[in-house]
Write a protein that binds this ligand. Sequence first.
Ligand code: AMP
Ligand code: MG
Length: 484
Amino acid sequence: MENNINWNFDNSYSRLSNAFKEHIKPVAVKSPELVIINESLAKELDLNLTKINKDKLSSLFTGNTLPEGSNTIAQAYAGHQFGHFTMLGDGRAILIGEHITSSNKRYDIQLKGSGKTSFSRNGDGRAALGPMLREYIVSEAMHNLNIPSTRSLAVAKTGEKIMRDTLLEGAILTRVALSHIRVGTFQYIAARDKKDELEMLLNYVINRHYPKLVNSKNKAMDLLIDLMNKQIDLVVNWMRVGFIHGVMNTDNMSISGETIDYGPCAFMDTYDPKTVFSSIDHMGRYAYCNQPIITKWNLSRFAECLIPMIDKNQKKAIEMATEIINTFEKKYEEKWLEMMRKKLGLIGNHSIDKTLILDLLTWMHQNKADYTNTFCHIMDPLSNNGTIYEDMDFVDWKKRLNIRQLKDNNSYKNSIELMKTYNPLVIPRNHKVEEVLEFADRKDFKPLIRFLNILKKPYIKQEDTSDFQSLSGSNENYKTFCGT
Ligand code: AMP
Ligand code: MG
């Protein structure tokens, strides 16, 4: 096939019961034009982009032509949006297939912004160029920060204008994910109250994402435990780099444990646990400091779906699930402390650690210190300096840190090596993201490409990154928007 770039599809999800999806094709677009393609990801997926010319690639990455072996569907799901239960589904995305790599890894390939489906409600099924490039930048940055995330393979313009606050250029993102099964997928199926469908979904998820549980005596319970562990690891990673997802609705929580749905997300600059960027999150439900507790809340909604499969006796099933959910805080705290110790280059486990960590965070908050740069300063005071770090409270705290770092026969050299793997030097700072998007809007993609290259190696010192590490005033007025 002339439109094949070595796609190797096997569409197991689309073989599930019709309750799970709608069979539908992407809506053709007027004038496809590839804007960016992720060559290193294409390589990881064993794709060969040289097989077809740019026009054909553009057509492929907007869904105007469908590759051989694809079986296009919109997936059904539900979700608690800001705490309220709603029936949702892919309203502007189409899964074109599951691509299998030569090492037998399976990835969902989805076109986001591909037109209306039966789940579109009042939406137009489309996406704008800016937000799709934004998802590309931030999801790739997350991946390079060693945080599980969906990936971005391509962004292509549609040649059509879409209506938001103003007319914007339409675009489609090709998203790559371990799968797009969400907590909300379970909620959708559970709401239908058909146990055979729920069991089908449970078994599917275990086969695909948790194969170690295939012979488990209580698959539902063990899945709850494993997902909880994965989600704790994920949110601890978000806290580590100051990432604020922005819209942690249950439909945006992946069963595979990847960060998914980059809408109003952003990275915190000055440290303030209450930081919220999303323009619609008036109550601060998804603020930085609330992310762990929302993870627990979402896992509780997941547990509710599993109740009929945990035990025939509902009361007993609820007790069993509650017992698991109630271990969340302790597990989270342990993993968070473990992570913060590494950010500070501490080995071993000492009772003074928590106070030492909290004292730093309190100082950062009171002094409006930059979260990322403060850890960079601690690692390397010479190259990341600022008068703020001359503050006596900080100097005194640093002395306490240095004493603690040497415990357990540790050396400063060893501490610094450890810190280097946990503290990024560069993150996609909001003002930089906006800046490159503005250039892209004026058809200048060079700053975007340069930014993406810098973000590929966030833990390694690169030349001339000062511009990417500096703050741009305060975040107080920075707003992000979702569904755009
Ligand atoms: P999100 O806030 O991006 O997680 O999306 C929540 C729900 O709204 C999902 O079901 C999306 O598919 C749907 N949605 C978001 N934007 C649009 C749009 N422009 N057209 C149709 N559906 C949309
Ligand atoms: Mg979503």
